[in-house]
Design a protein around this ligand. Structure first.
Ligand code: SF4
Length: 328
């Protein structure tokens, strides 16, 4: 491990002032420390943000929920307001990692976790995300867990979070603060597709710190489901996951939300797939049609083409589960 300095500011402004080009903010450290041990991340300074006042969960004036960036994944999943009003988010968080990791991992850190592509962590292999211009070991290698949507010739990695898939479906907004002031980014615009710059996972600017995540007041609490397909029943990343939420007018779908995980460099949504469900009865033909739209353009590689059909079935099942009611 490389030498680095360590600072532990008490306020957000102070943390941002301390930031240098090779600094990293650290909270739970559940991903960053692994990356440092593997020599993938080599910060010259760690800015420990665990003393910042970002641990609150409070209702907004608009009736939504503002979640501090340092709220642990466990506290968020089990918070009464989240369980009651956003069960999709609770379900997704509890599908991820292990109890110990969820106790350490923060809300902001969950958004920033990096891909689990094996080649990214193995510094003896080429990887454009770790070392731009070196190539992509996964394209011709072991790519069973990799992307089927939104990939580029430079990178076929997937975003690993479960929580972010639910946040995307719920139209969350990310609050950030940096040297240029405060900004808000919609979840749909927070993470990036790899394109020509797979080294960049998201649209944060240098030194920007996530301060909170805001959930809108919209109510999908009665009909939602998070379905995660994985190799083991726990402590495994998604091969495919689906966050689905429906709102009904009688037995007709009034609005729908649908996001896919494990298939792309960011949570995958298509407003047209959701619009196609509006005004329909909650049946398999409507769900099949939405799946077709959401998976339009999907292309697999040697070991992961099976994910296209798996994703189609998972979408239909998650929507069917959602129509039956929310798991609590
Ligand atoms: Fe690196 Fe992306 Fe290729 Fe994985 S898929 S080896 S992260 S460039």
């Amino acid at each position: 491990m490389n030498p680095f300095s360590y600072a532990r500011p008490q306020q957000v402004d102070e943390a941002i002032r301390l930031f240098q080009p090779d600094s990293r903010y650290i909270a739970g450290g559940t991903n960053l420390l692994d990356l440092m041990k593997e020599n993938v991340e080599r910060p010259t300074q760690l800015i420990d943000i665990t003393r910042l006042p970002l641990r609150g969960i409070e209702e907004t004036a608009e009736g939504g929920l503002l979640i501090g960036a340092l709220v642990s994944n466990s506290d968020l999943a089990w918070h009464p307001a989240v369980e009651e009003r956003y069960p999709l988010l609770s379900q997704a968080i509890l599908a991820g990692a292990s109890a110990q990791l969820r106790n350490m991992a923060s809300t902001g850190g969950n958004l920033l976790q990096r891909t689990r592509c094996y080649y990214f962590y193995d510094s003896t292999t080429p990887c454009n995300k770790r070392e731009p211009g070196s190539g992509c070991g996964a394209r011709e290698g072991l790519n069973r867990m990799h992307a089927i949507l939104g990939h580029s010739e430079h990178c076929i990695a997937v975003h690993p979070s479960d929580m972010c898939i639910a946040l995307a479906a719920l139209n969350a907004t990310v609050h950030v603060q940096g040297p240029q002031g405060e900004r808000r980014l919609p979840m749909s615009g927070f993470h990036r597709l790899p394109g020509d710059h797979p080294e960049r996972d998201n649209n944060l600017l240098d030194g920007e710190l996530i301060t909170a995540v805001e959930l809108p007041a919209e109510d999908y609490s009665s009909h939602s489901a998070y379905l995660k397909v994985r190799d083991r029943a726990s402590y495994a990343f998604a091969i495919v996951s689906v966050a689905a939420a429906l709102d009904f007018d009688g037995d007709t779908i009034r609005s729908a939300r649908l996001a896919l995980g494990g298939v792309a460099h960011k949570p995958w949504r298509d407003p047209q797939a959701e619009a196609a469900l509006v005004g329909k009865k909650a049946d398999e033909s409507a769900f099949d049609a939405a799946a077709d739209i959401l998976l339009h353009g999907a292309v697999g590689f040697d070991h992961n083409t099976f994910k296209i059909d798996l994703a189609r079935r998972a979408i239909v099942r998650a929507l069917s589960d959602s129509a039956k009611g929310a798991a609590r």
